[in-house]
Design a protein around this ligand. Structure first.
Ligand code: PEP
Ligand code: MN
Length: 361
């Protein structure tokens, strides 16, 4: 990491002074050899502060590898002893949390499919009552800030002293680029609500593919995140879970070295007030508009297909009149000029006609 002076005044249990706290390791603990080799190679990069390993895997589809289970915990513990690095493991049930405590797991993380469910979160929280293990809570699968904050609060209420958040993106059916749409705004809103807590970015689950990892990690650093959690495997293509998004420890080391640690002029609370915060919001909205346009053109092509089969002309003046007049009215009620609505819809309509023409040819 190209280290430059940081003047950040943000302090919390995870943040380091000038570089993000890096957590890395395999998506899943598979075998003892895979765990130890991966973790040792991860540690050898010298760029990683904590090892991760999934012991119980919350899989979307039944029948997939659901984690090696408790027998993998001694392997993680050995990785900790042999590398000298602390370890983190996901807990989704009380029993998981209890086993983590038994095997000296240093930090417990709560997965996105768990933080979505207050009953599960409460169950894990109860199991940690009175313990001093820190907890990192991933954002829930759906973009619900209150649910995320609420999950964190459940751990605070049982007395967990060090809690933090992991931003791993949000499930979105229309999303084409990312596995989980980042919706940075939501994580920034979290930081605004809770500037006292560390925020870690999980580019692996946001991206779902290797080629985007660097840019997403860099973006998180630019937005003053405190840490990164990145999946790394000794042989990514043959990983039992999340093969496409994992990278070798050596590639991880190079990626972190190549990242630029920008000067943090302000602490996170200030960043949120700055222009970059609003620009981010605009980019997210633009992205949504673009995705919607792509969907709209898909429907237009279907209409083109129908018109072709039924010998109907492409341009239907009456239909166009209906679309523009109702949009102009709704737009002007919301403070948009008729001229703008007119230009905007005309551009969309022209493109729809072009797309339909291609179908009719
Ligand atoms: C994981 O970290 O391997 C994992 C299952 O992540 P998430 O809960 O974000 O899907
Ligand atoms: Mn994973």
């Amino acid at each position: 990491m190209e280290s430059q002076t940081s003047t950040s005044s943000r302090t919390n249990w995870l943040r380091k002074t000038d570089t993000p706290y890096v957590i890395a390791g395999p998506c899943s603990v598979e075998t003892e050899e895979q765990t130890l080799e991966t973790c040792k190679r991860v540690a050898a990069t010298g760029k990683v502060d904590m090892l991760r390993g999934g012991i119980w895997k919350p899989r979307t589809s039944a029948g997939n590898f659901e984690g090696i289970g408790v027998k993998g915990l001694p392997w993680m513990k050995r990785a900790k002893q042999e590398t000298g690095l602390p370890i983190t493991v996901e807990a989704a049930k009380a029993g998981h949390a209890e086993m983590c405590l038994e095997f000296d797991v240093d930090v417990i993380w709560i997965g996105a499919r768990t933080s979505v469910n207050p009953f599960s979160v409460q169950e894990v929280a109860e199991a940690l009552r009175g313990s001093d293990v820190p907890v990192l809570v991933k954002n829930p699968i759906n973009p619900d800030l209150k649910l995320w904050l609420g999950a964190v609060e459940r751990f605070e209420r049982v007395g967990v002293k060090n809690v933090g958040a992991i931003h791993r993106g949000f499930s979105n059916l229309g999303e084409k680029v990312y596995r989980n749409r980042p919706q940075w705004q939501l994580a920034l809103d979290f930081m605004k609500e809770r500037p006292d807590l560390p925020m870690v970015c999980d580019p692996s689950h946001i991206c779902g593919r290797r080629d985007l990892l660097h840019d997403v990690s860099q973006k998180a650093v630019d937005l003053s995140y405190d840490g990164l959690m990145i999946e790394s495997h000794r042989d990514p293509d043959n990983a039992w879970t999340d093969a496409k998004q994992q990278i070798t420890p050596e590639v991880l080391g190079e990626m972190i070295t190549a990242m630029k640690l920008r000067l943090h002029k302000e602490d996170n609370a200030d960043v949120q007030n700055s222009l970059s915060f609003l620009r981010q919001e605009i980019s997210e909205i633009d992205n949504d508009i673009l995705n919607l346009l792509v969907s709209r053109m898909g429907v237009a092509r279907k209409i083109g297909d129908y018109k072709k089969k039924n010998d109907i002309t492409i341009y239907q003046p009456k239909r166009w009149e209906e679309i523009t007049s109702s949009a102009k009215q709704r737009g002007s009620e919301q403070g948009l000029s008729e001229e703008f609505i007119d230009k905007f819809l005309r551009a969309i309509h022209d493109e729809s006609i072009n797309q339909q023409e291609q179908i009719m040819k």
